[in-house]
Design a protein around this ligand. Structure first.
Ligand code: SIN
Length: 480
């Protein structure tokens, strides 16, 4: 598919300049659909990472003192450029991430929706006046930007997760050092180049790439960085939390999930199957809110499974530019994980009803799979699958399925299908999750607070709650 390749950025941004590594080291970027190298990005030195942090710190005083109206105007300019180049950005995502073009374009609009939401939210950042407990004094509550933010984004939504963090940070008056995932940096670099083109001042946004562990450590250890916002695995989230302890940073962590998807016996089965297709197979199963354990009441198991199989067998697998429904997995490691989880489940008694093996296209393409007879002894019950495997577990009663659903360290998203109002409230309140979708498989939106509890992280992204993560509350007491 044709697109404007001259827009692609493959350098890092430090203090307003797009730069290579001073020691000329590079990291290859490959297309997961073909395995071909498509570009290369800088592997910055430690000194360059420090320069990026310093640049964000130098830009902070001026940026945090811009008026709300100025920031609104600049975010609006950015939004317009992202929308203008939606097709170009979508093509970059397909090439480096592998998702189908329609989903990539959906991701660009999803990214744009965060910029749109937060350019509007700027005018609602407001403080408070509280009654004073002290004689002859007044109490004011101010909201102020946190300061320099270290932003670390994942490969599964390279620009949507970027916009979800950068837009509220800018809206609040923070400056940023951003590290996109090295597997999918091009669309991320490019959307930041569009922000620069939109007029975001020099030094406010800095973009780095290199050794992820070194960059994470440098951001966490720095006294200049006041907050880390990270989307990725629970393992890395815990490490960043430890590394941030010395400087007591504010943290937003959007980590792994293990979403239950429960279908009760009174559910609309067609609707539940449709919802599962969205909740399980979006982005080839590579999202942290993907349905991971599908609990189906035994009375409707056969009908539900037949309907699901028919849909899954109809999926077109292929290159994202070829009108496919599911693209390749991101890399060999992800592919090997599918083989491992399926082998482990089958060894312990699960059955493959559909798929279950590498796809004939080769590379990291994997057949969309349905496993039945899954139980909590299998790795797939507790591991985040992050791929196109639907694992089905049958259940008989409500208490039992709530207990099984909560039997995990994660607590990001949960879904269930039922028409019974009493049950709906009982289950929604009992599920230990930050997000609960009822009779819906698609729950993500810039208008809503996205985030988890337990080991799925802390903090919320999106909505009026999301901007609070980039603001400090200051109490000012004025005596006479
Ligand atoms: C994620 O997988 O990290 C985010 C998914 C979403 O925003 O829906």
């Amino acid at each position: 598919m044709e697109f404007d390749r001259t827009l692609i950025k493959n350098q890092c941004l430090i203090n307003g300049k797009w730069v290579d590594s001073t020691d000329n080291k590079v990291i290859d970027v490959t297309n997961p659909a073909t395995g071909e190298k498509i570009n290369q990005i800088p592997h910055l030195t430690e000194n360059q990472i420090e320069e990026a942090i310093q640049s964000a710190n130098n830009a902070l005083p001026a940026w945090k003192n811009t008026t709300a109206a100025e920031r609104t105007k600049l975010l609006k300019n950015w939004l317009q450029l992202v929308e203008k180049h939606a097709h170009d950005l979508a093509c970059m995502i397909v090439e480096e991430q592998g998702k189908p073009y329609a989903e990539a374009l959906g991701e660009v609009h999803y990214a744009a929706s965060y910029i749109e939401f937060y350019q509007e939210e700027i005018k609602r950042i407001s403080g408070d006046i509280l009654p004073s407990p002290f004689p002859k004094s007044r109490v004011f509550i101010n909201k102020q930007p946190v300061g320099v933010v270290g932003i670390i984004t994942p490969w599964n939504f390279p620009i949507a997760m970027m916009a979800r963090k950068v837009a509220p940070a800018l809206a609040a008056g923070c400056t940023c050092v951003i590290k996109p995932d090295e597997k999918t940096p091009l669309s991320a670099f490019t959307i930041i180049a569009l922000a620069q083109q939109a007029g975001i001042p020099t030094g406010v946004l800095n973009v780095v790439s290199g050794n992820p562990a070194e960059i994470g450590n440098a951001l966490c250890k720095s006294n200049l960085v006041r907050k880390i916002s990270f989307t990725g695995s629970t393992k890395i989230g815990k490490l960043l939390m430890q590394q941030s302890a010395d400087t007591v940073k504010k943290l937003s962590l959007e980590l792994g999930g293990n979403a239950p998807f429960i279908v009760f016996e009174d559910a609309d089965i067609e609707q539940a199957v449709e919802g599962l297709i969205q909740a399980k197979f979006r982005n080839g199963g590579q999202t942290c809110v993907c349905a991971n354990r599908i609990f189906v009441h035994k009375d409707i198991l056969a009908e539900f499974s037949d309907k699901l199989q028919a849909k899954v067998k109809a999926f077109k697998i292929g290159n994202g530019f070829e009108q496919s429904d599911i693209g390749p997995l991101i890399n060999q490691q992800a592919f090997d994980k599918m083989l491992y989880l399926i082998a482990d489940a089958c060894d312990k008694g699960a059955e493959i009803t559909t798929g279950g093996k590498p796809h004939q296209l080769g590379g990291t393409y994997f057949e969309p799979t349905i496993l039945s007879g899954v139980n909590n002894k299998m790795e797939i019950f507790s591991e985040e699958i992050f791929g196109p495997i639907a694992s089905i577990i049958s259940f008989t009663d409500t208490e039992e399925v709530i207990a099984m659903s909560n039997d995990t360290k994660q607590g990001l998203a949960a879904y269930f299908y039922s028409k019974d109002m009493n049950r709906i409230w009982q289950v929604a309140e009992a599920l230990e999750y930050g997000i609960v979708g009822i009779n819906r498989g698609a729950i993500s939106s810039a208008w809503m607070p996205f985030g988890g509890i337990k080991e799925s992280g802390q903090g919320r992204e999106g909505s009026k709650y999301g901007i609070e993560e980039y603001l400090e509350t200051k109490y000012i007491c004025l005596g006479e």
